[in-house]
Design a protein around this ligand. Structure first.
Ligand code: C5P
Length: 207
């Protein structure tokens, strides 16, 4: 069974994917980390983020087993990731790794922006998790403050809007719900209620 979860930054899709993978005992790939890893490799090597040859080479040498969330989850790396994510050859290189993860026996949970539309268009279950920009910016701000970092709500809100704009308007694999995706708006739902709704959707489809 393949569960495809898409949605914008800080919508709750990552938590949802993790909870569903634990509940249904399926391996999970956060595809955002793959784009983040490419951006991080370029930043560490002090290479530009807009050179498609360099970014493609970084994507081709990516090791899915070595994705380190504690390093890659930084807010600035998300911003850099959305810049490398507009490049078709970067997406193509990562697509191969993402599809091979999805095709393992028994299935998988993948989350990102284009899982239901491009990576796994035949996924058994497709969820599109959203929330208003303000709610998402508040969550991101709280998350950073909770880890002892510094965060300013207005700056984060502007970043969230900029990233939505870039992800939704790019030419290749833009952020859009698949036609057959179930929409889950988490603006007014806590994660536990949203998770229960998602479990019901998966069980209904499985049944
Ligand atoms: O989900 P996360 O915030 O980690 O993703 C970082 C960036 O990677 C996104 O803003 C988006 O530009 C890109 N991305 C993508 N396609 C995916 C997952 C992430 O373009 N499937």
């Amino acid at each position: 069974m393949i569960i495809a979860i898409d949605g914008p930054a800080a919508s709750g899709k990552g938590t949802m994917a993790r909870l569903l993978s634990e509940h249904f005992n399926l391996p999970h790939l956060d595809t955002g980390l793959t784009f983040r890893a490419v951006a991080h490799a370029l930043l560490v090597a002090e290479q530009p983020l807009d050179d498609e040859n360099l970014a493609e080479a970084a994507a081709q040498s990516l090791d899915l087993g070595a994705l380190d969330r504690s390093v890659l989850s930084a807010h600035e790396i998300g911003e850099a990731a959305s810049r490398v994510a507009v490049m078709p050859r970067v997406r193509q290189a990562l697509l191969e790794a993402q599809r091979s993860f999805a095709s393992q026996p028994g299935g998988a949970v993948l989350d990102g922006r284009d899982i239901g539309t491009v990576v796994c268009p035949d996924a058994d279950v497709k969820l599109f998790v959203t929330a208003s920009p303000e709610v998402r910016a508040q969550r991101r701000t709280d998350e950073i403050l909770g880890k002892g970092g510094r965060a300013d709500f207005e700056t984060i809100l502007a970043d969230v809007r900029k990233r939505d704009e870039r992800d939704s308007n790019r030419a290749v694999a833009p952020l859009v719900p698949a036609e057959d995706a179930h929409l889950l708006d988490t603006s007014k739902l806590d994660i536990e209620s949203a998770f229960q709704q998602a479990v019901s959707i998966v069980e209904e489809i499985r049944g």
